[in-house]
Design a protein around this ligand. Structure first.
Ligand code: ASP
Length: 340
């Protein structure tokens, strides 16, 4: 089955939400580029530090993070600056400026960040501020809170010197206007090369941090918040064990507290790869799971620098920058029967 057909078949019907564009497939370019790449293996015995991994095909973002790490920067700075690359990229319609809006035409961002001490910060339903991940970091470092939402988050960002700007680019407005003609909750073929950007890094000291940033599902209901800014769901870091980050249908990730689950499984001795596979298993093996209708993907790293990734369906990939090589790695996936 080719990707286009697969996306069509993964329409979510009757649920009242347009979920398709941010859920599945996601990468015409990756499709071409990753056909020749091997499915990820567990053989990370040669892991060297520092290293960075990220969801999807985001080599510029991982390159930025690696630049920070190589210069002696810490993992927290690396993941923030790596995510900022994608937030500023107007062509990426799933993150930061240029993100596809909700059904009312509002671009609303979710992001979080977590450091080696287990400190964390998040923003949800943030509007008009491109670098949601940096606002999340400010929440973590400068406030007594973990999460700020909506107007409060925006006002806080402005008070911290962030500039307000219209995040709806012409291209995203056009896409939304096209969608509005029918405003039906049918999938749109997503030609974007990634969705949520989740990034995990280990610095030269062996310390781990992670970040996650997204505009969420395209044409979502006003006010909808996904997994990405929810600590434990979209992202979790435990510097003793490892870290994990999620992409895909946030509702399914939240219901299984996915990233926390992956880290806990690694704590129990599973490799990052096995932990990601079991976390996807928790989703697809639920009685009455409608997993054929949505995508979820996890990436993970453990304290040794071993990495893993796994998704429900084909076409998920991670970018890994380690030992001078910045490579896109196609993820192994659960639903082999539908996609072959
Ligand atoms: N996880 C994001 C959300 O549910 C979307 C995505 O990764 O595509 O908002």
């Amino acid at each position: 089955m080719n990707r286009r057909k697969f996306i069509k078949n993964t329409a979510l019907t009757g649920a009242g939400l347009l979920l398709g564009s941010a859920l599945v497939g996601c990468n015409e370019n990756a499709t071409k580029e990753t056909e020749s790449t091997a499915v990820i293996s567990n053989d990370d015995s040669k892991a060297t530090l520092p290293l960075v991994i990220a969801t999807w095909h985001v080599k510029e973002a991982t390159a930025k993070a690696m630049e920070v790490l190589q210069a002696g920067g810490n993992a927290l700075d690396a993941v923030e600056q790596g995510c900022m690359v994608e937030e500023a990229n107007e062509k990426g319609q799933s993150v930061g400026k240029g993100g596809l809006p909700d059904r009312d035409g509002n671009v609303t961002l979710d992001a979080c960040i977590m450091d080696k001490h287990g400190n964390c910060g998040a923003v949800v339903y943030l509007q008009d501020i491109t670098h949601a991940v940096s606002v999340a970091r400010k929440v973590m470092e400068e406030t007594p809170h973990v999460m700020l939402a909506g107007e409060g988050a925006k006002q806080y960002a402005i008070s911290q010197g962030f500039e307000a700007e219209d995040l709806l680019t012409e291209a995203s407005k056009e896409a939304w206007e096209k969608w509005k003609v029918e405003a039906k909750y049918k999938p749109i073929i997503n030609i974007e090369n990634h969705d949520t950007i989740g990034m995990l890094a280990i610095d030269k000291n062996g310390d781990i941090s992670g970040a996650c940033t997204t505009s969420g599902l395209a044409y979502k209901m006003g006010g909808r918040v996904g997994d990405s800014p929810i600590i434990g769901s979209g992202l979790f870091v435990d510097n003793e064990v490892g870290a994990a980050v999620a992409t895909g249908l946030g509702e399914e990730v939240v219901k299984t507290v996915g990233s926390f689950l992956v880290v806990e499984l690694m704590r129990q001795g599973k490799s990052p790869q096995d932990a990601c596979e079991e976390a996807i298993g928790r989703i697809v093996n639920k009685p009455n799971s409608n997993y054929k209708d949505f995508q979820v993907g996890y990436i993970a790293v453990n304290k040794k620098g071993e990495t893993g990734s796994y998704s429900v369906h084909q076409w998920f990939s991670m970018t890994k920058f380690e030992d001078g090589v910045n490579a896109q790695i196609q993820s192994d996936y659960f639903n082999k029967t539908e996609n072959s």
